[in-house]
Design a protein around this ligand. Sequence first.
Ligand code: BGC
Length: 250
Amino acid sequence: MTRIGFGIDVGGSGIKGARVDLDTGEFIGDRIKILTPKPATPEAIAQTCAEILRIAQWHGPVGITLPSVIKNQFVLSAANIDPSWIGINVGELFAQHLAERDVCVLNDADAAGLAEARYGVPDAAKGATVLLTFGTGIGSALLIDGVLYPNTELGHMIVGGREAESFASSAAKDRDEIGYTKWAARVSEVLCEIERLFNPATFIVGGGISRKADKWVPKLSCSTPVVPAKLRNRAGIVGAAMAAEQNLKP
Ligand code: BGC
């Protein structure tokens, strides 16, 4: 019997959900996407998640990602989402909107890390692995043999006197209108610093820009092997569904 879960990935521009085959990490049926409401308040997002579940007619447990630190199911940070999320008990919030089901909320990059380690690049994810996602910000997941150390925020590390995501996210590349070579030099600075402090066996790099990995990964100058993420924009949803399956509530 196929094990099926459901994950929802809350992003800055879209909220996406799908049924996930937990044996293969593939979606079952179509991904449902609704534009992120503006302002992206907890109430508005919770209503959108409820709408996705209604469209999908999914009544089982669900995993939901947020671009935030989630500790004991409380939101502790809101770097790229509405500040009104800070201090919210997501267990209570989603219980009001997604009644009668188990909800596990976790950080978006942590979800991506779980998914890549199980279905994406399992060999690369052996031992100490750091996954970074490059988008509006830089998300991070620290894993040992696929087991997550939750809520790392390496995108906010200070590197060369500035915050990593402020100069090395893919949004920073667009903002500063620089090409892959210059941007790869910035990413290398961040990777070298992480390497110096954490000495991982492998880096996995994800986020939308990993689709063009051939343009920048070969230009990186750190010593640790860098492997592009495989699941791409599926990773958040799949990792969220895995969290619900494991009842993982960081
Ligand atoms: C947030 C992280 C998040 C990352 C990617 C950062 O700004 O602090 O929690 O994982 O962006 O969305």
